[in-house]
Design a protein around this ligand. Structure first.
Ligand code: GLN
Length: 490
């Protein structure tokens, strides 16, 4: 019999509904695996809370009131606020913080009434306030890549990716501001999707850069991502001013497996020098499979790809410097012990509570927004952001989806880039363009590259084309076994 942790979200949901096992048994199995985790994936767990949720899911299944994913376990990136678990955003600033409410995404996936019925195993490690590409900016501890414990899992949703790859849980949430779902999915050999900006509510997501932040699922297959994404999306107009009034879709219904003349655009800038040979080979092999399946590859250009790095690293810190001003020791989170007056309390609280990378970004953001520099940096960046979005619209005139690598290399070694923030920023080159344009993007396994580490294939779609992306990914996963490769020894 297949072990419970080898089952997909789809299979678990079906078996629970067919009463082949109970939600409590499933929760106990996964809890035991999570408690034995040696990768550092979790920031908090609370077995009693998890088991209570499992009992509730079981009761809903028995009464026929259960949501579509009732009893299937998952865990949330510690950026989503939860009433039942602490929320830290990976920061000392929020150590021990407990939210009085659940984020919309948490509520939509969870066991409360109207939710999909998933059982929460706890909160997953991430870079502090989602700033980073390696999870090493977590104020608590780094996460190890399950494929090689000396390497990073990617970031900022590193705990989510490592936990799914190590089969500690079948699915998790992540957030993507500049690549934080796609890049860790790529580094850990799993599947993840960031929907169109505005499709999933940001309510209750600790804000990093509000015009870019988007929630999305991470799982082993496109089919499982489709199941979670269907539950996560939908308008939340009252609570998130950037939520789009676009109805939720059942993405799993659209997994027809038909590629029917799909035109896949290959941006020349994504295949330029600097791409690791093993990454290039794996991405090309996956694209060859698409050709065999009937898709057509077309050369395209996204001429401002390189500019997405300076543009993102101006806009995101600018928004972060504003968003993070709320952490001042007054309303919530850490407050310095010894201070003389209000200003000294602010200063000491923020000096103690924030890590180095967060401080670096607050300073950069304050600088680019300051009088005299606003026009030269922030305004220019906004203009180029618009051009980057326009470049995609040009490209979508000749192709349906865009494909390329997620990152220039496989997962690097822990510690390799910690002293060099710019080296981290440069590694985001292929994920930032879609983020700046607000487009949906995903990563799916495309085989192994350097050092036998996983390589992700990135697919980018036009606005609201999540179904098309998921279907294209699903088709590849039906025809190949890239997504079945597993880290050794798990
Ligand atoms: N690596 C990027 C950064 O450091 C993206 C992070 C994210 O998407 N949250 O900002």
């Amino acid at each position: 019999m297949t072990a419970l942790h080898d089952l997909s979200v789809a299979q678990l949901a079906q078996d629970l509904r067919a009463k082949k096992m109970s939600a409590v048994e499933v929760a106990e199995h996964f809890l035991a695996r999570c408690q034995a985790d040696t990768l550092g994936s979790f920031l908090s767990m609370d077995p009693q809370v998890t088991l209570d949720q499992a009992r509730l899911a079981q009761a809903q299944l028995a009464q026929g009131t259960a949501g579509p994913l009732a009893g299937v376990p998952m865990a949330h990136k510690d950026i989503f606020v939860t009433a039942d678990f602490p929320t830290t955003a990976g920061s000392k600033m929020l150590a021990g913080y407990r939210s009085p409410f659940d984020a919309t995404v948490v509520q939509k996936l969870g066991v409360s009434s109207g939710g999909a019925g998933m059982v929460n195993l706890g909160k997953l490690n991430c870079d502090e306030f989602a700033m980073g590409s390696s999870n090493e900016n977590s104020a608590y501890h780094p996460v190890q890549n399950p494929w090689d414990s000396t390497r990073v899992p990617g970031g900022s949703s590193g705990g989510s990716a490592a936990a799914v790859a190590a089969r500690l849980l079948p699915a998790a949430t992540g957030t993507d501001t500049g690549g934080s779902i796609r890049q860790p999915a790529s580094f850990c050999g799993i599947t993840g999707i960031k929907p169109t900006y505005g499709r999933a509510s940001r309510y209750g997501m600790v804000a990093y850069a509000s015009s870019l932040d988007q929630a999305g699922p991470m799982a082993r297959t496109a089919q499982d991502c489709a199941l979670l994404l269907s539950a996560m999306c939908g308008p939340d107009l009252e609570r998130d001013s950037t939520s789009l009034d676009v109805p939720a879709e059942d993405f799993s219904r659209e997994l027809t497996g038909s590629l029917d003349g799909l035109r896949i655009g290959m941006p020349q800038e994504f295949f330029a020098q600097g791409l690791a040979p093993g990454v290039r080979a794996a991405v090309n092999a996956a694209l060859k499979e698409y050709e065999k399946l009937g898709a057509r590859l077309v050369p395209i250009s996204l001429p401002r790809t390189e500019l997405s790095i300076p543009v993102y690293y101006i806009i995101a810190p600018a928004e972060a410097s504003s968003n993070l001003s709320r952490f001042d020791g007054v309303k919530f989170g850490h407050r310095a012990k010894d201070y003389t007056d209000l200003v000294s309390m602010y200063k000491k609280t923020r000096a103690q509570g924030f890590g180095e990378e967060v401080k670096r970004r607050i300073m950069t953001g304050a600088y680019v927004l300051s009088h005299g520099y606003y026009d030269a940096y922030y305004l220019q960046a906004q203009k180029i952001r618009r051009m980057i979005a326009d470049d995609f619209q040009q490209a979508f005139k000749v192709c349906d989806v865009i494909a390329g690598p997620v990152a220039p290399t496989v997962a690097w070694k822990l510690g390799e880039k910690t002293d060099d923030p710019v080296a981290n920023y440069l590694a985001d080159i292929f994920t930032l363009p879609a983020s700046l344009a607000g487009l949906p993007g995903m990563s799916l396994p495309a085989g192994l590259g350097e050092a036998g580490m996983p390589v992700g294939l990135q697919l980018i779609g036009n606005y609201f084309k999540e179904a098309q992306l998921l279907n294209a990914a699903h088709r590849l996963q039906q025809a190949t076994d890239f997504h079945l490769a597993q880290p050794g020894g798990q």
